[in-house]
Design a protein around this ligand. Structure first.
Ligand code: UD1
Ligand code: CA
Length: 455
């Protein structure tokens, strides 16, 4: 087990978000930012996690309850001051402390692991994660000596002209040896442009005490981007989404238009499946191989088999088998199980229903609370009348039954195996196997009626 602890700084308000919600609770890629950071820390091996909370402390603590310990910073006097609030947790810890910010949702566990490994092998007392930013403004600059060693970090607001020209920035992510960090924190003052206790000053303090300070540069600066505004939030969302799509494409999935495709990180998709534009696939959905999903579909917590075609469809909490065709304009609601080879299309809603193999519901139907066998044909406009205003009742349609167009099946009712229901019927009694159910008045033709009307 690694002797690694994480402190996540999350007490700031995030003024530029202009939000009642604490900044770190804003969602990116389906999770709050601080959750993304905590997950990365855990991936890197952090066995103890402390989150420093302040603004909206209660809601942050609630969102992370059971996943971390909390230290409260009542006044936001700077990043150094924030770490000091975790003094108690630090004091009892003899190992490495990773300090992270709660507003860097693009951070990966792999990057933290890389930094931690370097920190261990270099035997440094402090390791700073740096990045080369195309636009470093606003960030603290990493100042190295001619030998390339990190001397100090200078905040943008405190930097002179030559320091402002440095494009290597402090990501705000570090590894420290706990004991030396605690000691160095004692030496912090707030004699700077912002009147704050800067955590970054710890680097110069450790250097002056002849401790080894090391730096690791992130290969991709995007991972370390801090989110301060809604525009940056949208950009982070786009980047995280693209990361997921890239992984899927690498694994053999065709995504026709990544710009209009939204897939959650935990979704699994098989090879040679094509995702058409304007498609959302969310939650714990799983899709097989050689399937085609979209355009214009939203799939939530749904399992789809191989060789399925799903277009212009909203499906949630469903199971869809192999070779199934769904769409256009279909709503598959929770607890629906569609067996292999089924066809559902054109303005059909299915809810809490099992549809047996190779059955067809091709047009304009509502099928709810139904157990349908295999090889059934549902005529256009069939409605299961499942609700009496108080209770829901089930409909049973056995194998090979044939339901004529515009039929009402008033539940509870059973249409037997291989039987037929005449078009336009309202079926209130069971139809025995192999028979024809007719429930409509007979047609009566009045001959010569039209001619009489005209006269
Ligand atoms: C900090 C670094 C800067 C670095 C940048 C990277 C310092 C002094 N500066 O600057 O070198 O380039 O991050 O993004 O550390 N926080 C608290 N309590 C406080 C102040 C901050 O919990 O009193 C938390 C914030 O909620 C945030 C994190 O610390 O999650 C960073 O604070 P922020 O004010 O954004 O620091 P920067 O000015 O961006
Ligand atoms: Ca920041």
């Amino acid at each position: 087990m690694s002797n690694l602890m994480a402190i996540v700084l999350a007490a700031g308000k995030g003024t530029r978000m202009k939000s009642a919600l604490p900044k770190v609770l804003h969602q990116v890629g389906g999770k709050s930012m601080v959750q993304q950071v905590l997950d990365a820390a855990k991936f890197a091996g952090a066995v103890k996690n402390v989150v420093v909370i302040g603004f909206g402390a209660q809601s942050v603590a609630e969102a992370l309850s059971g996943q971390a310990e909390f230290a409260v910073q009542t006044e936001q006097l700077g990043t150094g001051h924030a770490v000091m609030q975790a003094r108690q947790e630090l004091a009892g810890f003899d190992g490495t402390v990773m300090v992270l910010c709660g507003d860097t949702p693009l951070l990966t566990g792999e990057l933290l692991q890389m930094m931690y490994n370097e920190h261990c092998s270099s035997q440094a007392v402090a390791t700073v994660l740096t990045a080369i930013m195309p636009d470093p403004s606003g960030y603290g600059r990493v100042i190295r000596n001619p030998a390339g060693q990190v001397v100090k970090i200078v905040e943008h607001k405190d930097a002179g002209l030559s320091e402002l020209a440095v494009s290597e920035i402090n990501t705000g992510i570090y590894c420290f040896e706990a004991r030396e960090l605690l000691q160095a924190l004692e030496g912090l003052t707030c004699n700077n442009a912002q009147g704050e206790y800067y955590l970054t000053d710890v680097i110069a303090i450790l250097n002056s005490q002849n401790h080894k300070v090391w730096a690791v540069t992130a290969p991709d600066y995007h991972e370390t981007l801090g989110i301060n505004s809604r525009a940056q939030l949208a950009e982070a969302e786009r980047l995280i989404r693209r990361r997921t799509l890239d992984k899927l494409m690498e694994n053999g999935v065709t995504i026709m238009d990544p710009g209009s495709t939204f897939i959650d990180a935990q979704v699994e998709i098989g090879t040679d499946t094509t995702i058409y534009p304007f498609t959302w696939i969310e939650g714990c959905s799983k899709i097989g191989s050689n399937s085609s999903i979209g355009p214009n579909s939203r799939i939530v917590n749904t399992i789809i088999g191989n060789g399925a075609t799903i277009h212009f469809t909203y499906a949630h909490e469903c199971m869809i088998g192999e070779g199934v065709t769904v769409g256009p304009y279909v709503h598959l609601r929770p607890n629906t199980e569609i067996s292999n080879g089924v066809k559902i299309g054109n303005f059909v809603e299915v809810k809490n229903t099992v549809v047996g193999e190779k059955s067809k519901i091709p047009h304009l139907s509502y099928i709810g609370d139904t157990d349908m066998g295999a090889g059934v044909n549902i005529g256009s406009g069939t409605i299961t009348v499942n609700y009496d205003g108080k209770n829901k009742h089930r409909t049973t349609i056995e194998d090979e039954a044939f339901i004529g167009c515009n039929t009402n099946l008033v539940a509870p009712v059973t249409v037997g195996r291989g039987s037929y229901v005449a078009a336009g019927s309202t079926i209130t009694k069971n139809v025995p196997p192999g028979s024809l159910g007719v429930a409509r008045s007979r047609q009566n033709n009045i001959e010569g009626w039209a001619e009489k009307q005209r006269r």
